[in-house]
Design a protein around this ligand. Structure first.
Ligand SMILES: *Cc1c(COP(=O)(O)O)cnc(C)c1O
Length: 460
């Protein structure tokens, strides 16, 4: 088969991961593809533990007391919650189901923060009974919370943080503006023992350090003000948004400079702003270090110094960054054909198991081809192809980009999408077309042996 067009399209390989490569080049991926009969995810809890430890180390090094909460919406698997329970990491939940699942896998209520807008009555009731910290998003929500907290006097006080509407993102639908914050503080004071106002929170979209540090400085000042009015106010929560570094600077730079409609199926076009920033020079715990070291423009101590000086704890809710390199997604190639001079692979699943298309975007790190049989000598001619799902929708492409494969894939080969644990795996998954939801296999190494088991998530 002739090579379709220029073989040299932009490539975006994920950062090398020698341990995972060894696992993938062994027999396990094909064995599991046979056992499950459909696409599946691999989960690597050892990586989650390492990422959580790095965040904690950044707090310790800065001499800042704090708590890391895993933002559960980034991946539904039980194994992360089991690791949180075992290691004293907290969990950020936003629904009654997430709260049940988190308590059920052993995380204590005091280590849970409940976020999300207009939380419903059931969620608030269980949160209060379990002593969870609740970030209040609106005044009517505060009323509903207080109604649960003092009903019959049997409940512990409701522990609350007041969520700040970010001044730099005034169109956000989340949080309380200045006047609402004042009203909420008054309401908390009037509620007496029914409530403990423990501090303030925010969650910013985007991944920049400066706006996070700036708003955190402001929240420390707000804690001091609230204390003067008699509230405990001894913590701030800076939310998530710690970036993940998927690909090298050089590859990302070349891609963003050269990508255009010629790189995609059906001449589809994306601007760079449509994509997640797949290269981040300071990712994960390094981004937290930068936030802690940031000084306000007007001068004064670093955020770490300010927190220490004021006796304010720093809470954070990373989702994606705790899952960095903690999983990948495996599809089997079901069909291979050519269209308009490039290849079209069809895999045994849908783009809903890669979750980026609903943002009008796509997941860019290159999938790795694991051939079922070794390639014939001399058969190594690069081959560009897009990847479609096994559905009847023109729109269902896992990858619109014409990926450069080392040779023409064959039915039965596997495609492994790297580093998919953060948001890609299940936020959009759907049994559309009666396709099975991909199971999750937890892979660990114990005494030199690689072992796997199914994840223990409670079926809903
Ligand atoms: C989604 C979310 C997070 C996690 O964001 P990441 O970008 O995955 O770190 C944290 N806190 C809140 C309130 C969220 O909505």
């Amino acid at each position: 088969m002739a090579v379709n067009g220029p073989a040299g399209g932009p490539v975006l390989p994920a950062h090398p991961d020698p341990w995972l490569e060894r696992v993938l080049r062994g027999g396990l991926p094909h064995e599991l593809a046979y056992a499950f009969g459909g696409p599946y995810h691999l989960l690597l809890p050892g990586r989650f533990d390492g990422n959580a430890a790095a965040f904690r180390a950044a707090l310790t090094e800065a001499g800042v007391a704090g708590q890391v909460y895993y933002a559960k919406k980034a991946n539904k698997a039980a194994v992360w919650i089991e690791r949180c329970a075992a290691n004293g990491i907290g969990v950020d939940v936003a629904s009654a189901g997430e709260l049940r699942e988190t308590l059920g896998h052993g995380v204590r209520g005091e280590h849970i923060v409940v976020t999300g807008p207009a939380k419903d009555g059931d969620l608030l009731r269980v949160a209060v009974l379990q002593g969870c910290l609740v970030t209040v998003d609106a005044l009517d929500e505060l009323e509903r919370l207080l109604a649960r907290a003092d009903a019959g006097g049997a409940s512990p006080p409701a522990r609350v943080l007041l969520r700040r509407l970010p001044p730099g993102q005034p169109h956000s639908r989340f949080g309380l503006d200045g006047a609402e914050l004042e009203a909420a503080l008054r309401r908390c004071r009037d509620a007496g023992d029914a409530v403990r106002m423990e501090g303030f929170s925010f969650h910013l979209s985007g991944y920049d350090v400066a706006p996070r540090a700036e708003l955190a400085h402001e929240l420390v000042g707000m804690c001091l003000g609230a204390r003067a009015a008699g509230h405990p106010a001894d913590r701030i929560d800076i939310g998530g948004g710690f970036p993940v570094d998927y690909v090298s600077a050089a590859d990302w730079d070349r891609f963003t400079r050269t990508q255009g409609p010629h790189d995609y199926h059906a001449g589809r076009s994306f601007t760079t702003a449509d994509f997640y920033p797949y290269h981040a020079p300071a990712a994960g715990a390094r981004a937290l270090r930068a936030v802690l070291a940031a000084r306000p423009a007007a001068g004064g101590p670093s955020l770490a110094g300010r927190l220490r000086g004021a006796g304010v704890r720093l809470l954070l809710e990373p989702g994606r960054a705790l899952l960095d390199r903690a999983g990948c997604t495996v599809f089997r190639v079901q069909g291979v054909k050519e269209r308009d001079g490039y290849g079209m692979l069809t895999v045994n699943g849908s783009s809903l198991s890669l979750s980026e298309q609903w943002f009008g975007s796509e997941y860019l790190p290159d999938p790795v081809l694991l051939p079922e049989r070794p390639e014939r000598p001399g058969g190594e001619t690069p081959y560009r192809a897009c990847v479609g799902g096994a559905t009847c929708l023109e729109q269902d492409l896992l990858t619109w980009r014409r990926i450069v494969f080392p040779h023409r894939p064959r039915p039965g080969d596997l495609l492994v999408y790297p580093n998919t644990a953060g948001y890609q795996m299940d936020s959009n998954e759907s049994p559309f077309h009666d396709l099975p939801l991909p199971p999750k296999a937890v892979v660990e190494e114990a005494r030199g042996r690689v072992r796997w088991r199914l994840d223990r998530r409670t079926p809903c």
